[in-house]
Design a protein around this ligand. Sequence first.
Ligand code: ARG
Length: 292
Amino acid sequence: MFEQKSTRSHFIKHFLTGFGVTVILSACDISGNNSGTTSSNGNSSTTAKPAGQTATVGKTIKVATEPSFPPFESKGSTGELVGFDIDLIKAVGQAAGMTVEFQSLPFDGMIPALQANTIDAAVSAMTITPERAQTISFSRPYFKAGLAIAVRQDNTTITNLDSLKNKKIAAQIGTTGAKKAKSITNAQVREFDSAPLALQELANGNVDAVINDGPVTLEAINSGNIKGLKVVGQLITEEYYGIALPKNSPNLNAINTALTKIISDGTYAQIYKKWFGTEPPQLPETPPASTS
Ligand code: ARG
């Protein structure tokens, strides 16, 4: 179900270079601020407004992502950003009359950057949680996901959350997966800058399991980018991704209106089918209260 057609050769590259690539990219992108060079519709020079204005048609918004999380965000063969989230935010920007300018950031740097207002939004498969919603604002949910447990193929003892007690677990730093891992009795949690690095640590035999977003772990396994792993049991959480914004951002309404528009006019379904090969499930307008 989570097979995708787009290029994945650079996934491996992210493994090897990991955080370094993100930092270099982020530096490049910062130097290109407001230049419109990474704009999604290429007309920022005619539509861009000075920074600090409230949401108006033609505004440029700076959107952060951590691009080692396919099929949501990764780098294509020429280094360009590709993925479900990338197509989604471009479509949202177009519907809202905003030009999207991307900036790569480490995942655990996104909430601080939103709080400092150095970025206008983050689209990075970020789960809407009550805890995060105290310091930042989220759009309506745009994707239903959940955490999965991955182990090595020959492991028969870890079958569910309960059997992770006293185990070594890897996860990406700052994620809901890392938080879940830390809640397990006597688990030793090792945090990595990216999900591929955590999965590679498992493949190398250095930890017993990885807790990470299910669609991303399945994509890593199904694409052949990580060998010798399997997912066990059911998803252990139900999570919804949202576009993250600074608390009470003036762009929140425009982004929600645009999301609702692309969901109802079929654009969302088209993007979903491109990356997941199936019709999208019905999305709630707000995340169910029970979700972590
Ligand atoms: N959904 C998880 C969370 O919000 C993980 C997201 C990680 N995203 C990324 N692009 N690395 O914590």
